[in-house]
Ligand binder design. Structure first.
Ligand code: IPM
Ligand code: MG
Length: 359
């Protein structure tokens, strides 16, 4: 198992170090794991003047899976867009064709009281947000800032989706729903768009509906993104799989993360057509708390579980990691983001150690 490790910026190195401890523990159990490190984001810019250095791209291309921390930092805010840390992330997703972004939002019962929503609204929550990751307004051309005839500047971006891009993400969504139906018995896909306003979304809706014909077991519904944002906090358990485009998925997945108590709990997988994947927490680099040993490493550790499941097809190992996280939470271990006010908190490293010993 060749795994590229790209810690990145801010809290990235700290949280990735905990996930690496988990990988090392699995290695003791006989899994043949090889790690190769690379720079990405601001760390790539600092080391080689490029948020995605060629050497890093090579390591990532040669690996079976990639473990990534997070990118971004205040010190890079003034750089031109191509040099910004975020470009490292966007380019690696695009270069490797990682079009399917799985962002599960699962509430661990132990954390029901950490959510800002009432426990009865979120208890038992288990939804999957599937975000298309290599198209949309994130990558559409043309884009830029131009000068109008009257001399003022105008910024513009282009929202684009081709039929084939919509079709391939739709297939992933229906397949995930069928998989999940084995456990939850329902098999529902809710496609989220803005078809009442955007032409891109009208095509999106049409193509998703066509693909749905091949999956008669799965129930398809459509929802406008503004309504979906509202429904996610009103009654999130109505959803099973949400499939949506890049920009809507970016926003809705941050929103969904808070249902689970903390964005520090949410892992993600970004897969290509052959289940090669990049695994990263949904949260960012949190430069304000970097280097303080207070960040929650669980999203990154849970991303390793997703790696075992989706790239290496080791469902039993994935579940062992998830169970270790569950038992760690049951034991009362809490980083600051998920601790109740006044109760005891542990640090990033201590949380990593606790998961390893539970494992
Ligand atoms: C995410 C992040 C990224 C995105 C940024 C850092 C480019 O917000 O992974 O959700 O917008 O995709
Ligand atoms: Mg985001």
């Amino acid at each position: 198992m060749k795994i590229a490790v790209l810690p990145g910026d801010g809290i990235g190195p700290e949280i990735v170090a905990q996930a690496v401890k988990v990988l090392q523990a699995l290695r003791h159990d006989g899994l043949k794991i090889e790690l190769e490190y690379g720079h990405i984001g601001g760390a790539g810019y600092d080391a080689e003047g490029d948020p995605l250095p060629l050497a890093t791209l090579k390591i990532a291309q040669q690996a079976d899976a990639i473990l990534l921390g997070a990118v971004g930092g205040y010190q890079y805010d003034k750089l031109a867009r191509p040099l910004r840390p975020e470009q490292g992330l966007l380019r690696i997703r695009k270069e490797l064709g990682l079009f399917a972004n799985l962002r599960p939002a699962i509430l661990y019962p132990e954390l029901a009281s950490s959510s800002t929503l009432r426990p009865e609204v979120v208890s038992g929550l288990d939804i999957m947000i599937l975000r298309e990751l290599t198209g949309d307004i994130y990558f559409g051309q043309p884009r830029g800032v131009r000068i109008l005839a009257n001399g003022e500047r105008q910024g513009f971006d282009t929202m684009l989706y081709s039929e084939s891009e919509i079709r391939r993400i739709a297939h992933v969504g229906f397949k995930i729903a069928m998989q999940r139906a084995k456990k939850n018995g329902q098999g529902k896909v809710c496609s989220v768009d803005k078809a009442n306003v955007l032409d891109t979304s009208m095509l999106w809706r049409e193509v998703i509906s066509e693909v749905a014909l091949g999956y008669p077991e799965v129930m398809l519904s459509h929802m406008y993104v503004d309504n979906a944002a509202m429904q996610l906090v009103r009654a999130p358990k109505q959803f099973d799989v949400i499939v949506t485009g890049n920009i809507f998925g970016d926003i809705l997945s941050d929103e969904a993360s808070m249902l689970t108590g903390s964005i520090g709990m949410l892992p993600s997988a970004s897969l290509d057509a052959n289940n090669k994947g990049l695994y990263e927490p949904c949260h960012g680099s949190a430069p304000d708390i970097a280097g303080k040993n207070i960040a929650n490493p669980l999203a990154t550790i849970l991303s390793v579980a997703m790696m075992m499941r989706h790239t290496f097809a080791l469902e039993d190992v994935a579940q062992r990691i998830e169970n270790a996280v569950r038992r760690t939470l049951q034991s009362g271990a809490r980083t600051a983001d998920i601790a109740e006010t006044g109760s005891e908190k542990i640090g990033t490293m201590e949380m990593g150690d606790a998961v390893v010993s539970a494992l």
